[in-house]
Design a protein around this ligand. Structure first.
Ligand SMILES: Nc1nc2c(c(=O)[nH]1)N[C@H]1C(S)=C(S)[C@@H](COP(=O)(O)OP(=O)(O)OC[C@H]3O[C@@H](n4cnc5c(=O)[nH]c(N)nc54)[C@H](O)[C@@H]3O)O[C@H]1N2
Ligand SMILES: Nc1nc2c(c(=O)[nH]1)N[C@H]1C(S)=C(S)[C@@H](COP(=O)(O)OP(=O)(O)OC[C@H]3O[C@@H](n4cnc5c(=O)[nH]c(N)nc54)[C@H](O)[C@@H]3O)O[C@H]1N2
Ligand SMILES: [Mo]
Length: 848
């Protein structure tokens, strides 16, 4: 306690609670006896996409992570944070590509990735950035500056690089931004037409209700045990307590679990689910087979369909083969496509109708050609089952994400971190609609300045996020998109902060060539990622533990203080400071518009105060900022009403007063609007359309294995790949690829071999894991291993580490969503050459 009192002076807001400070107080008084025994209040509270925690700092170094005491299920990934902070590939000073420093935008752009970097001062770097932005504005106009900057930057209401970048460019003169996300491109585009809302982020039937009522739970392309480890805000991992309870209840009541997936995933093993092995991208065929059986056997819920849906008649004609294609979508027809036996398709259809069934849909299957269809068809199937709005029944497409399904305090804001319109707005809070209106929903820095000035009037054009390469290749081209027409701008400069496009985007080799269209590529990064290596100007950014901030848990149950734990590495600076200093090169008004006259501390306090005022209005008291900062968090209680939330119960009870936001007010199995668009690849009702590459296509003759690329267990995309967590999975230093024993045997591949995986788009190395957790004909490699080409910057080079996006096509889902894919056909062979060393985790060559 004595120590706690001493600590107050050091932890006063605004002072750097550095290791040096700690050293002179409690760290000296308490001998090191292992982190778990250290009193919590002696550690700086912090937070991340992996969870909240206290940073243990010794000798000015961030050495340990003590998970937040109220997080009962912390993820192992959290332990990678210290190692990340001191990764050998930290960017320590501003650098410029040598050719760019000499020749500016007239440099040889094909040298990106291979040419040396030159260390420069912040002054030089920022002058160069500002003059490049001004040059492009003058020569081509604001539209030519791309500031869409997609990615999973850090948590923190203030240090949101994406919002800050948009804010800076919006003030400086404008830019082109983006819409939708790589996460939910298709589901988010299609479901507003079907249920009138965004099914990727609305509230799910709460877990307690599922636990009490569901008799059958179907994980359909969903892996919540894996993907709930992280959250778009901060995860508090409450979903794991509910999942444990669900498992215990299943033992008592015999709840049946199915996993419909090409892979027996983490969730399937946890619940001991029955594996329904389905060929990738064929789910719609299976669902149609089930629908056909329900219809012809008169097992479907006619009353639900007629009272709550619209357009079943049009769909029925298609289902029975009375439409244009004259093909009845029988279970036998479906079996030939999806590989699931027709008898099983029928049995499942029957079981889902008979039992109280919750269809938990993930998002894996919408990252595919025609990715709009599976969720539309899932909702159609759920409508025929007829349990939407009943306890423990229906469907939910966000149980796997950011503690979805956890009953929680209300969120007033759609996006918990900020009101940035171009941000990952879909990743909104999953809090209850039953909770009181006013809430602790914490806001953050806005992309729009509130100060008067020309920036207030600027129109920010957008492109669909995953079309960036196509846009570079076809300036001026008009495309169809979600009922509209969009003209691709002529992009000349890109500025990225808080994302890793050379990880997240598909068809790496095509991308490398297209990127040369940019005269200038500027990146703020903490690490020498594949993207940073392709930059012309690179500015070093601080990590979350090197600055103060404030954030909240994704469930809205907590607001967290994020206290600076250590000094920034090298010359790294906060994104906020970097953008403010760029605007200094534009003028004083611009700087004022950016800061609104507040320093970083004042901003952080203002976010807290806004929450406090909002909470007070609904009678929820919050402590003073100082008390909060000292304690490290504020907790909000979950209202009892939230625990029994049932999605669409209101609609079921009264479809007139609670009509849906669709034109008919009902679930639209047929959408007149979409039919009216007259698209080739998205019809008026859910339909099976052959994807460009699947096991039934002609491409499979040459490339017979269907690769899926789900989300990694020990990474957040590419994040943390530069830590020891890599060692938990890699095979001879290569990203693992799961292959079925039968497929491995045919190719003479043994467990632990390094293999070459290839198709027409490129080739990568990987480490074979021979396992029947992946079905025959399918291979699985997680997204996010750092791209490490043998010849950097050269299109077509072998990636020696295992970046799966070398192999995946960059072809849009359809004219509706224009979304991204995550599967492809490939072939695999044992790699016989000498193994090239991995180099991507070390800093590139820098001329000092
Ligand atoms: N094949 C395939 N591809 C996919 C997917 C798939 O399933 N399969 N999934 C897609 C999905 S859903 C997503 S969301 C994307 C993810 O793609 P990204 O979000 O681009 O991937 P991350 O690795 O999270 O990249 C975030 C980057 O931000 C940096 N960063 C973190 N904090 C800061 C900061 O404070 N300042 C600055 N300046 N930088 C910071 C990190 O170092 C990191 O490099 O990938 C997509 N790509
Ligand atoms: N640990 C961890 N958690 C994460 C992330 C992370 O990087 N790491 N990323 C977060 C982000 S940004 C997002 S968007 C979400 C993503 O959440 P999701 O998109 O739901 O996750 P995925 O792992 O891509 O896919 C889920 C399941 O779909 C299966 N699948 C793939 N293709 C098909 C198919 O055609 N049919 C069927 N039936 N199944 C298929 C995969 O094998 C996997 O088991 O996860 C979030 N959570
Ligand atoms: Mo995502």
């Amino acid at each position: 306690m004595e120590n706690q009192m001493n600590r107050r002076s050091f932890l006063k807001f605004g002072s750097a609670a550095t290791g040096a400070a700690l050293l002179t107080t409690s760290s000296q008084a308490i001998p090191f006896v292992g982190d778990s025994l250290m009193p919590h209040h002696d550690q700086a509270m912090s937070a991340s996409h992996f969870g909240a925690f206290r940073a243990s700092v010794k000798n000015s170094r961030f050495e340990g992570v003590i998970p937040f005491e109220e997080d009962a299920y912390p993820t192992s990934m959290l332990q990678g944070l210290p190692s990340r902070t001191y990764a050998p590939g930290r960017i320590l000073y501003p650098c410029v590509r040598e050719g760019f420093l000499k020749h500016g935008h007239k440099s040889d752009r094909s040298k990106r990735g291979s040419e040396k970097f030159v260390r420069v001062s912040w002054e030089t770097a920022l002058n160069l950035v500002a003059s490049e932005i001004q040059r492009v504005y003058k020569s081509y106009g604001a539209e030519s500056v791309y500031g869409g900057s997609y990615g999973w930057f850090c948590v923190g209401s203030l240090n949101n690089p994406q919002a800050l970048l948009g804010r800076m460019l919006g003030i400086a003169g404008g830019y082109t931004s983006r819409t939708l996300t790589y996460s939910t491109h298709a589901i988010r585009a299609i479901t507003p037409y079907v249920t009138g809302g965004d099914e990727s982020s609305n509230q799910q039937t709460a877990y307690p209700n599922v636990i009490a009522n569901s008799e059958c739970i179907v994980f359909w392309s969903a892996d919540p045990i894996n993907t709930n480890q992280i959250a778009w805000g901060v995860p508090d991992h409450q979903s794991y307590a509910y999942m444990m309870e669900l498992k215990a209840e299943a033992k008592k009541r015999g709840i049946k679990f199915y996993c419909i997936d090409p892979v027996y995933n983490n969730t399937a093993s946890y619940f001991g689910a029955t594996h329904i092995k389905i060929r990738p991208t064929t789910d719609v065929a299976m669902m149609l087979g089930m629908a056909h059986h329900l219809y012809t056997e008169n097992l479907y819920d006619k009353e639900f369909v007629s009272k709550y849906t619209s357009g079943f008649e049009e769909f029925r004609a298609y289902l029975l083969g009375e439409g244009e294609d004259k093909v009845a979508k029988t279970p036998e027809w479906a079996e030939k496509i999806c590989g699931v036996e027709s008898s099983l398709i029928k049995a499942l259809a029957k079981e889902f109708v008979k039992k109280r069934t919750m269809l938990m849909g993930g998002w894996g299957f919408q990252r595919a050609h025609h990715g709009e269809q599976p969720h539309w068809m899932l909702i159609t199937l759920a409508s025929m089952i007829g349990q939407i709005g009943l306890p423990g029944g229906g469907f939910g497409c966000a149980y796997h994400y950011s503690d979805g399904g956890v009953p929680a305090p209300a969120a007033a804001t759609g996006n918990p971190l900020s009101d940035v319109k171009s941000g990952n707005g879909n990743m909104g809070a999953v809090a209850s609609e039953n909770a009181p209106a006013a809430s602790p929903g914490l806001t953050g820095i806005s992309v729009n300045s509130k100060m008067e000035g020309p920036w207030r009037k600027r129109k920010i054009p957008v492109i669909p996020v995953s079309r960036i390469v196509e846009c570079l290749e076809n300036p001026g081209k008009e495309i169809l998109f979600d009922g509209k027409k969009i003209t691709y701008p002529d992009l000349k400069l890109a500025y990225w902060a808080g994302g890793n496009p050379f990880h997240h985007h598909q068809d790496r080799n095509r991308m490398i060539k297209a990127w040369r269209k940019f005269e200038t590529f500027i990146v703020n990064e903490c690490f020498w990622t594949a993207t940073a290596r392709m930059a012309d100007i690179i500015l070093p950014a601080t990590t979350e533990q090197e600055r103060n901030d404030i954030t909240k848990s994704h469930t809205n149950s907590y607001i967290f203080a994020m206290k600076k734990a250590v000094e920034p590495a090298g010359e790294a600076r906060d994104d906020f400071d970097i953008f403010e200093d760029i605007l200094r090169r534009f003028g004083a008004d611009e700087v004022l518009a950016f800061t609104e006259g507040k320093n970083k501390e004042a901003w952080i306090q203002s976010f807290y105060q806004q929450s406090k005022e909002k909470a007070a209005k609904s009678g929820v008291p919050m402590p003073s900022f100082e008390e909060f900062w000292e304690k490290g968090y504020v907790k909000f209680e979950t209202p009892e009403s939230a625990k029994n939330f049932i999605k669409y119960k209101d609609f079921r009870d009264n479809p007139i007063t609670h009509r849906l936001g669709t034109p008919s007010g009902k679930i639209e199995i047929f959408s007149r609007k979409i039919a009216g668009y007259d698209y080739k690849e998205c019809k008026g009702h859910p339909s099976w359309m052959e994807p460009m590459e699947w096991l039934g296509s002609s491409v499979a003759k040459e490339f017979p294995l269907n690769l899926v690329s789900p989300h990694p267990k020990y990474r957040l995309h590419s994040q943390l790949n530069n830590t020891w967590l890599r060692d938990l999975e890699e095979v001879q230093g290569r990203e693992p690829i799961w292959i079925n024993p039968k497929d491995a045997q045919k190719r003479g591949i043994a467990n632990g071999d390094v293999v070459r995986i290839f198709n027409k788009r490129g080739a990568i190395l990987g480490g074979a894991v021979v396992t029947d957790y992946v079905m025959e004909g399918v291979v699985r490699m997680q997204e996010g291993a750092w791209y490490d080409p043998v010849e950097p910057g050269k299109a077509g080079s072998l990636c020696k580490h295992g970046d799966v996006n070398v192999l995946i096509a960059d072809i849009p889902t359809s004219e509706l969503a224009q979304g991204n894919q995550a599967t492809a056909l490939v072939e695999i062979e044992k790699y016989k050459g000498t193994l090239p060393p991995i180099t991507v985790f070390d800093a590139p060559q820098i001329k000092m």
